[in-house]
Design a protein. Structure first.
Length: 340
């Protein structure tokens, strides 16, 4: 268990292994625990640093609102605290946006940048992005986080063999405070790096799921703009680190070791699910961290996090109630995005 105080707010992180540092950045509605199956592979050779982004997992929300730039600065502050002046970054979805922003803030400090199902802009400039935003607008206010999360999990993991992944995704995302989820999603939709990509100095890998919810062509264009290696994972949907564990791990290992990337026929969705939380796993350690914190000096901070979660649930309940009684809106959809 480890905590770092940034701008007066606790940020939770875990470390595994020794060697060259790799920072893994999770997606929206998630936490560092979701990297357990990648950490199991990477920790054998590398120092793996896995934070919970502010307003995610065990980390407190930032003061004064959320922005992708602010999330990136928080993670750089963590790296400075840990003495990791030069790092490899791997980000999934939202985490890819944060990682890309980190590489833009300190171009010379990032050796390698891996982006999994991420974009350089989440602004609503494509019909598929509008569709996702419209689904969120409909689902979250009308159904609440828990029921909306169950529907999202079915889209993420629709195959019969993915039932355990589906159940875990529904539980994890459904437990996120309403206010935290929406504030982070709005921050993502307000962010873009399109006009700054020329500033990137690191070696880049772009991994794209064949059946991701956002356009494959846009990820191909991003890879071209960055001069990046580009890999398409056949049969995978948005949750590639979960539904294509073998391909994800093989690609990341080759990338950070500067070896040739796996052949296209090896980059496929798995046919069986792997447990994320198992004895000794990062996910188990992540779960244990909360219990330890509640008995230790950060209990007060965690109590504040619980109060924030309770306030979020109250806001969610009020929003659901209002949505059920209010007439249909004809205005512009709220800029929320599910899932990223």
């Amino acid at each position: 268990m480890a905590w770092f105080i940034h701008d007066g707010r606790p940020l939770h992180y875990l470390e595994r292994g020794q060697g060259e540092p790799i920072l893994l950045v999770h997606g929206l509605g998630s936490s560092g625990a979701d990297w357990a199956l990648q950490v199991r592979s990477l920790e054998k050779k590398y120092r793996v640093i896995v934070p919970d982004l502010p307003a995610s997992g065990h980390s407190a929300p930032p003061e004064g609102g959320c922005s992708i730039e602010g999330l990136a600065r928080a993670l750089w502050a963590l790296c400075d605290h840990l003495g990791a002046r030069t790092v490899n970054l791997v980000g999934f979805s939202l985490g890819g946006a944060v990682s890309l922003e980190m590489a833009l803030q300190r171009p010379q400090s990032v050796r390698r940048l891996g982006l999994i199902n991420s974009l350089a802009s989440y602004r609503l400039d494509h019909w598929r992005k509008w569709l996702e935003a419209g689904l969120s607008l409909t689902l979250i206010p009308l159904l609440g986080m828990r029921r909306a999360a169950r529907l999202a999990a079915r889209r993420l993991f629709p195959m019969p063999w993915q039932s355990a992944l589906r159940e875990r995704a529904a539980a994890v995302v459904g437990g996120v405070p309403f206010t935290s989820y929406l504030s982070t999603a709005r921050a993502l939709l307000a962010w873009t790096a399109i006009d700054r990509l020329h500033q990137i100095r690191s070696k880049v890998l772009v991994v794209a799921a064949e059946q991701d919810f956002t356009p494959l062509a846009e990820k191909r264009e991003l890879a071209a703009a960055l001069g990046a290696h580009f890999i398409v994972v056949q049969g995978s949907r948005h949750g590639t680190p979960f539904d294509a564990v073998r391909a994800t791990n093989a690609v990341l290992a080759a990338f950070v070791e500067d070896r040739p990337l796996p052949a296209a026929e090896r980059c496929r969705c798995d046919g069986t699910a792997q447990r994320i939380c198992f004895p000794g796993s990062l996910a188990q350690e992540h779960a244990d961290s909360l219990a330890q914190a509640q008995a230790g000096p950060l209990a007060q901070a965690q109590a504040g996090r619980l109060a924030e979660a309770q306030a979020g649930r109250l806001a969610e309940a009020q929003a659901v109630s209002s949505a059920e009684t209010a007439p249909a809106s004809t205005g512009t959809p709220a800029r929320t995005f599910l899932p990223v």
